[in-house]
Design a protein around this ligand. Structure first.
Ligand code: ADP
Ligand code: MN
Length: 255
């Protein structure tokens, strides 16, 4: 019995080490020397006062908590080395705003980061609730932290809702999709319960993750919009929302 316990604890330690080394590998990938230099510069300028912990490790980017001058910040760092950047090509190469970027990995990632900043600005000006974008520098995007006590607001996916609350959230999301489309000339293009946060104080949705958002001139804009519509309807189906895709589309395209 004791022997088994010893083996268990040794195995747990080994696992912890393994996990640790995985974490270190990720950090090594995200905090390369050029990225560290930009972070130092931003900190010398007073934009970042203190770096905090990791919030998320995604396919292309890591998000960290940080303290800014007055506000808390979310720092999204696109990884140069290990991001699945090939997927970015299809979005950015056909975007009329980004026709003259060279076809190399770093430039595509830098353009992508600037695009996310611009998309957030356009969304915010259109009246969509998004994190306030602050600055984009190479592969680093700094924005307002949406959360409380260093903890991000929950994703829509993880927010328990009663049917009547869900209906209000749905209506607000539809309104935001319409404002994006009509006022900002944008399609989110990765909209789902994974890219909407919920402010627990008033259950308002907050759109995030707009790197891939495209203008309506993009040749795939309609296809992306239709996919967003289907994702939203699939999610809200469980709360008794019965809109058909065409109905939701016409709400988004209404004046
Ligand atoms: P990814 O491309 O990795 O999906 P996201 O922009 O969706 O990147 O961010 C990943 C996660 O980081 C989100 O699910 C959310 O939990 C957190 N996050 C992103 N932006 C913010 C923000 N401005 N404030 C608080 N948390 C954020
Ligand atoms: Mn996301």
């Amino acid at each position: 019995d004791k022997k088994i316990k010893r083996i268990d604890s040794a195995r747990d330690k080994a696992r912890a080490r393994e996990k640790d080394s995985e974490r270190l590998k990720v950090e090594e990938n995200v905090f390369d020397v050029p990225t560290l230099k930009i972070l130092y510069t931003l900190s010398n300028k007073g934009i970042i006062k203190a770096m905090g912990g990791a919030i998320s490790t995604g396919k292309e980017a890591n998000v960290f908590y940080a303290e800014g001058e007055e506000k808390e910040l979310a720092i999204k760092i696109y990884r140069i080395a290990s991001s699945t950047f090939k997927a970015m090509d299809a979005y950015i190469m056909k975007d009329p705003r980004f026709t003259n970027i060279r076809n190399n990995r770093r430039d595509i990632i830098f353009a992508w980061t600037r695009k996310e900043l611009q998309n957030l600005k356009r969304a915010k000006s259109a009246g969509v609730r998004v994190p306030e974008p602050i600055i984009a520098e190479k592969n680093i995007l700094i924005m307002e932290f949406m959360g409380e006590e260093k903890t991000p607001y929950p994703l829509l996916k993880n927010t328990p809702l009663k049917n009547d609350e869900a209906k209000l959230v749905y209506d607000k999301i539809v309104e935001y999709m319409r404002l994006l489309y009509k006022e900002a000339n944008l399609v989110h293009a990765d909209l789902s319960e994974y890219n909407v946060l919920i402010d627990p104080a008033d259950t308002t949705p907050i759109f995030i993750d707009m790197g891939q958002s495209v203008t309506l001139e993009h040749p795939n804009a309609r296809e992306f919009l239709y996919r967003d519509v289907q994702n939203i309807l699939r999610f809200f189906g469980r709360y008794g929302i019965t809109d058909k895709p065409e109905e939701l589309l016409s709400k988004i395209q209404a004046d």
